[in-house]
Structures are given as C-alpha cells and as structure tokens.
Design a protein around this ligand. Structure first.
Ligand SMILES: Nc1ncnc2c1ncn2[C@@H]1O[C@H](COP(=O)(O)OP(=O)(O)OP(=O)(O)O)[C@@H](O)[C@H]1O
Ligand SMILES: O=C(O)[C@H](O)[C@@H](O)[C@H](O)[C@H](O)CO
Length: 270
C-alpha cells in the first residue's frame, strides 16, 4: 500500500515542486540575492525532493513485481530493483548533506565580507545576502557622516538579519558581527552546528587583516558610504572570538579571493 502511494507521489511531486518554487521566487524577488529562489534548498524543497526520489525508487519496485514479463526474467528484475536503490540512497543523502548551515562572513569594514561572501556562495551554490542591505537609512547616514554605530543602532538591524537567516536556511550572509553579543543575536534559533555550543547555530568566518591592508582596501573603493576614518572605531569594537565561541573560525584574508574561499571551504569541511 505504502509502496503504491509513494510511487504515485513521484508523479505528483514535480507539480508540487513547481508551485512551491514559484512561490519562493515571488518571495525573494525583492531581495538582492546572487542566485534564484529555484536554486535554494529550503526544508520544503528537501521534503519534495526526497519524496520524489523515494517515490521513483518505490515506483521501480512496484513496476518490477513478480508478475508477467519480469517473472520469467528474474535477472532483469534483480538489476532493475538494484537500480531503485540509487534514488533511495540519494533521498537519504539529501538530509545528510550540510546545506542548511548558515555561514556568516564577518569582520571590520573593508576586510572583504561582500567579495568573499558572494564568491563563497557561488562556489557552494547557495544564496548570498549582504547584511548592509538591511541597514535602515539612518544607520547608513550616520556612517556616511563618520559617526560610529552604537549597540542601539545595531541591535534591531541584527535581529532583521537573524530573521532572514531563519527563513532562508543555508545562506551565506556578510555582516560585520563585531561583538560576541551581536553574534549571539545573529545565531539565535538557527539549528545548532557545533558540539558543546550552547548558543545558536550558524558558523562565523572572521576575515582577519592588518590595519594597513584594511586602510588600502577601504580607500580603494570611492563612492562607498563607509569612510576610512571609521576604521579605528571598527577595530576597537571588534571582539576577537575566544575559546568559548566554538562557532567562529578565523581566516587570514590577506590572500587572493580564490585562496581565501578555498581556506574557508577546507576549514568548514564543506
Ligand atoms: N582577497 C582580496 N584581495 C584583494 N582585494 C580584495 C580582496 N577581497 C576584497 N578586496 C577588495 O577590498 C575592498 C573591500 O572589499 P569588500 O567591499 O568586499 O569588503 P567588506 O568587508 O564587505 O566591506 P564593507 O563592510 O565596508 O562593505 C574592495 O575593493 C574589494 O574589491
Ligand atoms: O557594524 C557596523 O559598524 C556596520 O555593519 C559596518 O561594519 C558597515 O555596515 C560596513 O562595514 C559597511 O562598510
């Protein structure tokens, strides 16, 4: 009975998937992502995808019941049945893969969050979101006029980013996340990812650079709202992660874009 229903689900699921993806595309149409909604792997996508694979496996078994044509060809039946194991295993692999891990690329102004974050997202075939796009205009104006943001300015902004991360599992987000408190707000209610980590989930990748390199990079992008005079305050605010923050890794960002992305992928075991 279950075999029968599962196999029929494999025919219905493309319709469900199309409807679901159309809905997601609409929802994300207004956001600045580097990938389309269709490329995202949310929980519903996983359920539909797993159901399809499982259904195909069931269908093959169902179609190779020991009657008629196949009853007289046991070897053919065995081969076809063995092939049905592939979609079964693939459906399990979908859940095992770590595509739900939210990755926050963090650090002070000019360390390369946007550049590395979007490059990392393309390499992993994930959605990228620049946290700066969530700043209210008052925050941007403050920074533009050389005034550092306060905790009060940043907290509501961090909460919005956290809400985005929760509703878009597996995305890569560029966000300064300078203090430990900010990181805990960002990771609130995300699936826990590190053993012994009592806080929220997600992984933070801190791009580490010397002040001289930061200064050069910030000054080499005219037209950006962030003036280089805010660099000292950014560095003073940055709380380097210590041992009680196991969900933060530090990457030496004084290398080429490709090298930095490779190091992140290797360190996070992705
Ligand atoms: N690995 C790299 N090597 C050389 N230049 C880089 C590298 N990564 C980024 N850059 C350059 O450094 C400048 C700052 O990078 P980017 O805008 O990505 O930093 P950011 O941390 O997002 O900054 P902000 O938070 O202030 O927007 C850009 O001009 C970018 O092209
Ligand atoms: O927490 C902060 O102070 C801000 O997020 C800054 O880091 C800027 O948004 C960013 O650096 C853009 O230049």
């Amino acid at each position: 009975m279950m075999l029968f229903f599962s196999s029929h689900f494999s025919f219905v699921s493309p319709l469900l998937a199309t409807k679901h993806l159309r809905k997601r595309k609409k929802k994300l149409a207004s956001s600045t992502t580097t990938q389309t909604a269709a490329e995202q792997d949310c929980v519903s996508c996983k359920i539909i995808g797993t159901g399809s694979l499982f259904g195909i496996g069931c269908y093959i078994i169902f179609a190779t019941r020991p009657v008629g044509y196949y009853a007289t060809r046991p070897v053919t039946r065995q081969i076809i049945r063995s092939l049905s194991a592939v979609p079964f295993y693939a459906s399990v692999a979908r859940w095992m893969s770590n595509t739900d891990l939210t990755i926050f690329v963090m650090g002070v102004s000019g360390c390369g969050k946007s550049t590395i974050g979007s490059s990392l997202a393309s390499r992993l075939n994930r959605t990228f979101k620049d946290g700066d796009t969530f700043h209210p205009p008052e925050n941007i104006e403050k920074m533009r006029s050389g005034i550092p943001l306060t905790d009060e300015d940043r907290l509501p902004w961090l909460q919005v980013i956290n809400a985005f991360a929760r509703s878009n599992p597996g995305c890569v987000i560029a966000c300064s996340a300078l203090k430990k408190l900010y990181r805990s707000v960002l990771s609130e209610n995300l699936p826990p990812t590190t053993e012994g980590n009592t806080g929220g989930g997600g992984m933070f990748v801190l791009l580490n650079l010397k002040r001289e390199v930061l200064q050069k990079r910030v000054e080499s992008r005219p037209g950006h709202f962030m003036p280089s005079i805010l660099l000292d305050s950014q560095l003073a605010t940055l709380e380097m992660p210590v041992s009680n923050e196991p969900n933060v890794i530090i990457i030496d960002a004084d290398h080429s874009e490709t090298h930095v992305v490779d190091s992140i992928i290797a360190q996070l075991n992705l």
